[in-house]
Design a protein around this ligand. Structure first.
Ligand SMILES: Cc1ncc(COP(=O)(O)O)c(C=O)c1O
Length: 375
């Protein structure tokens, strides 16, 4: 088989899709730039890691490696149901919340369906709908780098099949507050599936005015699902666990038909259960990150770089307009062992997204940026 024969076989939706840009690994940066210490500030991970209870839960896993995991994630769904006030039947667990996004698109989207999302957004909010042949409408930010609530309400009222909204936004960090979120839900016709992606929920709930999306949506007669993840605040990105709470059990049953049968492995289920039981550990890490986020923003603004601005953030990262092309700055940061995410979409080539790290890593980043920008 040669490449052109394979090209003939591929589905028409696939050639137009980008491969997801996961950035450089720490090892790749070490090898390529010959640096020892790496500040990983590109993937919005929790620098304080997971609860120590996770290590205990994983300790005897080797003994269980020969048997399939629970295909229904029964214990984890029960634990999440209890704390979120949902029925276990309303809950789906995914191999990362990204896999729930994929299941939603596979179960509900056909070629030509209309999907609404934001630009810039988490890449898979656009890629997975396009994979199914859907048309994706991308809404712009306001000039002050916030959600445009009027534009969202108007576009929702036109009745897309699905709306994918990350609240707060990745990569921007901006959020719909309780008032604008309620407006948005009211503007949505009952035939639209609302997908509210709260990957940064545990950080955002500390922000003034962040909506209780589950409470608002529960009061509505419409299809919805709220997605959250163990990859960020809970410190389990490597193990791949996310969850969704849906308007009703039938939505989850449709997802069950398109997912792979044993999609959440034994280690992931055990670790997520242990982390979930130690909420206090997670909360402490989140509080520290929120403090560090404000320190970092103040230090960056104090550099006095002309044109530099920072989007308001309710998450564990900052979206920074450097007012100059991000490529050379990114290269110079990598050479110093600092990994951030330079944004590549047209109109955002002057932006980098920087995850809030430990105070040491943040200081390393600020010092390096000051040097690179000559500030
Ligand atoms: C908005 C948003 N949704 C979903 C995800 C996927 O997270 P995971 O698949 O690790 O649960 C991310 C990861 O960065 C994200 O930022």
């Amino acid at each position: 088989m040669n490449a052109s024969a394979i090209r003939e076989l591929v589905r028409p939706e696939v050639p137009g899709l980008p491969a997801y840009n996961a950035g450089l690994s720490s090892d790749a940066v070490r090898r390529r730039y010959g640096v020892e210490h790496i500040a990983r500030l590109a993937s919005n991970e929790n620098p304080y890691g997971a609860s120590p209870a996770v290590a205990n839960a994983l300790a005897d896993l080797a003994r269980r490696a020969g048997t399939y995991p629970d295909a229904n994630c029964t214990a984890l769904r029960a634990a999440i149901a209890e704390r979120t006030g949902a029925q276990a039947e309303q809950i789906v667990i995914g191999n990362g919340s990204e896999s729930i996004l994929q299941m939603l698109c596979q179960a509900f989207l056909s070629p030509g369906d209309r999907v609404l999302t934001q630009r810039p957004a988490f890449g898979l909010h656009e890629i997975y709908p396009r994979m199914m042949g859907a048309q994706v409408e991308l809404l712009a930010l306001t000039p002050t780098l916030e959600f445009d609530a009027d534009a969202w309400c108007e576009a929702l009222a036109r009745g897309p099949k699905m709306a994918m909204l990350a609240n707060p936004s990745n990569p921007v960090g901006c959020m719909f507050d309780a008032r604008s979120f309620a407006r948005l839900v009211d503007a949505t016709p009952a035939g639209t599936l609302l997908v509210i992606d709260e990957a940064y929920y545990e950080y955002a709930r500390l922000a003034h005015g962040f909506p209780d999306a589950l409470a608002v949506l529960r009061a509505q007669q419409r299809p919805w699902i709220v997605l959250r993840t163990f990859s960020k605040a809970w410190g389990l990105a490597a193990l791949r666990v996310g969850y969704g709470v849906a308007s009703d059990a039938s939505l989850i049953q449709w997802l069950d038909r398109v997912r792979t049968p044993f999609h959440v492995n034994e280690a992931a289920q055990a670790a997520a259960l242990a982390a979930w039981a130690d909420e206090a550990f997670m909360e402490k890490a989140v509080e520290e990150t929120v403090v560090q986020r404000e320190v970092l923003a103040r230090q960056l603004l104090a550099m006095g770089v002309p044109g530099l601005r920072i989007a308001p953030s309710a998450a564990n990262f900052l979206f920074i307009d450097l007012a100059r092309p991000n490529g050379p700055v990114n290269e110079a940061l990598l050479a110093r062992g600092i990994i951030v995410k330079p944004w590549k979409e047209p109109g955002f080539e002057t932006f980098i997204r920087v995850s809030v790290g430990t105070s040491d890593d943040n200081a390393h980043f600020v010092g390096a940026l000051r040097e690179i920008l000559g500030a």
